[in-house]
Write a protein that binds this ligand. Sequence first.
Ligand SMILES: [Zn+2]
Length: 301
Amino acid sequence: MIHMIRDLIAAIALLTGTTAHAETAPMMPVSCGGALAQGGLLVCEGPEGAAFTYGDLTLTAGADGLAVFGLKRNAELETSVGVETPAGMSTSLPITLATRKDDYRVIEGLDCDKVDARTPEQKDHAARSWVKKQDAFASFNPGPGPSTGFVVPSVGRPTSPFGPTRKYIGVSAETGEACESTSVHRGYDLATPIGTPVTAPASGTVVLADPDLYYEGGTVFLDHGHGLVSVFIHLSSIDVEVGDVVERGDLLAKTGNTGRTTGPHLHWAVKWRNPASDSRDGDFYIDPALLLELETGQLLD
Ligand SMILES: [Zn+2]
């Protein structure tokens, strides 16, 4: 993870020239870079103990020198990161984010009985699934690192990016009633034949492996460290267990058509969790494709 994040910073700096940087010779320099776009990831590096403040959140770099902030879809485009080092250096690094444009789609053919849990059995299943997810999101793992960036976790045709708002329309098979539901798509979809391997996009620790969550179906959560968790859903089979430590490219599962889905595909999402908070309410999903773009430069060691 350490190497990965440093590589991400270097790659983005090379690609975009947007890394903000302050020399503090002879001390370790401080810098902030990453996937500098709305929905992306802000990665700051400095000496251990350096405090980085983005918005109203301050994160302190640990022994690996990193502070990692998720960037919301509507994050301010022109902003700055305040830095205070243990040696007494104080500075502000300007940050410019790329704008995102998310579209609006209508998806028909929804199985209404999967939109909301209706029967007592469905409600109980959904409630148990929710608790499992919350427990997994509440477990922070330092991440096994090192890795060299994120790669696409399965072979398939991208069918829906992160970010669009979707209005689902359908009919209940049970009652014949029409239904609709509106949500923001918070993952990156790849259409794949059922049984296509799903591999780790970056190294991490498996924190959830469940074959049957109500909405998600077969599900794996992979904690990459620094608050970042990959979520893989609609899986047909799972090849890992909770606690497994995997390297980038290791097999996790096979794609499927389980849970609330309109066809076989992999939904891959990445959630950023605030490591400075015990509450998970302020956590949010970021755009996995922006992490993949980090891979396209001179990333590899
Ligand atoms: Zn999806």
